[in-house]
Design a protein around this ligand. Structure first.
Ligand SMILES: [Zn+2]
Length: 476
């Protein structure tokens, strides 16, 4: 996601969209620091629209300049960054430099720094803001209390075992809101051990939502547990016990596929949406997942959605280290190959009838064949977040290529190895040190696994949009 410094100058200057109420200032002035890093999140109105007022305070780091990461680091979350308004430092601290997704805050070493900002829903549904509108739906409606990971600016203080953090939630009138989180106990203040990436990768905070069947799986083994959170007033009146069982089955199939237990206990939020351009939506933030469906989507739509999203915890997340980058140049892999694994597991796990994967591949093939003038991949990804057709083509191209390579690897190894082995080796071989995941990372791994013409295949099937023949055998 691109964030130029020019962009930031433009937005920091916007100061009239939203003003803080006197009430909020009184509340903030009375705030006593609960921890080393404190967030206070309050529902509010900005220019007559619902928004959030957020303050974060922390102790300035050793050299007096603290790097602060702005929201945004994952597909679509750059839109939340567009919603950050009125970012300002209070007291003696000042914002000294804006640059690609980060700012620096100057203050005397050891001084307590407070930043205020308002988070508004994106005003336009342009390419970069559309998905953020999904993650923060919330701010738009009465049920608007979902806070995604994208809401928070993160002081990049060095991790310390003794540092603590807190988050406090308030309604517009200042009343405490109960928050459910994967960080700490239920309450209006959530306290936890501080690590910048705790915020960055695994927080979903659900102010004032109801949790159903938390800690599913009875806690026998961490890898067998997941937490499903749903909002309390869904119109479809779904059977949440059944959904919880589905989620556990999905989680189990994924753990088996990737072959090593994860200590992460996934936290899956599900909420119904009323719009829109798509009846299923989801996003993965580390071990936390936001998933949405319209009321008319049946139970099997959710198993597909969860299978896809929970696989993202592995692909591409576990294939590179935490601060690592995977860019739009690799959406064909991160989305298309996730689709492939998803449909394999839906069939193998008994969620769908035999022949499901082959059917899905044939459908993808038909869709791509119907495109009379395939556009270059790089043209498509520019419209990835704004144009459903472009986004679907990116998925489909990667999905079909995964099938081609899976068949090739199986043929070359007389059925001993498959695409799964190549994907797993991306997790196990050097992922911790990998800073970027791109075609040059993938090529040696795929080639070793038995893909004969990696670059040529990527050029033909991803870049140019040629439609591959489907492998005659689609065993998997
Ligand atoms: Zn995806």
């Amino acid at each position: 996601m691109i964030c130029s410094s020019g962009f930031w100058r433009r937005h920091i200057r916007v100061s009239t969209i939203c003003s803080f109420s006197a009430l909020l200032l009184v509340l903030l002035n009375n705030t006593t620091f609960a921890a080393d890093v404190d967030y206070v999140v309050q529902q509010a109105r900005c220019a007559a629209k619902p928004c959030l007022h957020i303050s974060v305070s922390f102790t300035s780091s050793g050299d007096g300049e603290t790097l602060v990461r702005l929201p945004g680091d994952y597909a679509g979350s750059v839109g939340a960054e567009l919603g950050v308004r009125e970012l300002r430092a209070i007291g003696t601290a000042s914002i000294v430099r804006a640059g690609s997704g980060d700012i620096k805050v100057a203050a005397k070493t050891g001084d307590r720094v407070t930043l205020h900002y308002a988070l508004t829903p994106p005003e336009t549904r342009d390419a970069s803001s559309m998905l953020a509108g999904v993650y923060l739906p919330a701010i738009d409606t009465a049920r608007a209390r979902l806070l995604g990971w994208t809401a928070f600016v993160i002081p990049m203080l060095s991790p310390s075992t003794t540092r603590t953090a807190s988050m406090t939630f308030r309604a517009a009138d200042g009343a405490a809101l109960t928050a459910y989180s994967n960080l700490g106990a239920l309450g209006s203040v959530v306290e936890f051990a501080w690590h910048p990436m705790t915020i960055g990768t695994s927080v979903v905070l659900l102010g004032d939502y109801v949790s159903h069947a938390p800690s599913l799986g009875g806690g026998t083994r961490d890898s067998n547990r997941a937490t499903l959170v749903v909002s309390g007033n869904e119109p479809a009146r779904r059977d949440f016990k059944a959904l919880a069982q589905d989620l556990m089955a999905v989680h189990g199939a994924i753990a088996q596929y990737w072959g090593s237990a994860s200590t992460d206990v996934p936290l899956v939020y599900f909420g119904e949406i009323r719009d829109s351009s798509s009846s299923l939506k989801g996003s993965a933030f580390g071990a936390a997942f936001l998933t949405f469906a319209t009321a008319d989507r049946p139970r099997d739509g959710l198993t597909y959605l969860w299978m896809h999203e929970l696989n993202h915890a592995w692909l591409p997340r576990k294939m590179l280290r935490q601060y690592g980058r995977r860019g739009a140049d690799l959406y064909w892999f991160s989305e298309g190959f996730t689709e492939y694994v998803t449909h394999c597991l839906l069939e193998d796990g008994g969620f769908r009838a035999p022949g499901h994967l082959a059917r899905e591949l044939r459908e993808a093939q038909k869709r791509l064949a119907a495109v009379t003038t395939p556009q270059p991949y790089l043209t498509l990804v520019q419209r990835f977040h704004s144009d459903q057709a472009a986004y679907k083509q990116v998925y489909d191209r990667g999905f079909l290529l995964a099938a081609v390579w899976d068949a090739e690897i199986r043929r070359g190894s007389a059925g001993v190895r498959s695409l799964r082995d190549a994907l797993r080796s991306l997790v196990s071989d050097g992922a911790e040190n990998r800073t970027v995941l791109d075609a040059s990372t993938l090529e040696p791994v795929m080639t070793r696994a038995g893909v004969a013409n990696f670059s040529q295949d990527v050029r033909r099937y991803v870049d140019q949009g040629n439609v591959p023949d489907l492998p005659t055998t689609l065993a998997h």
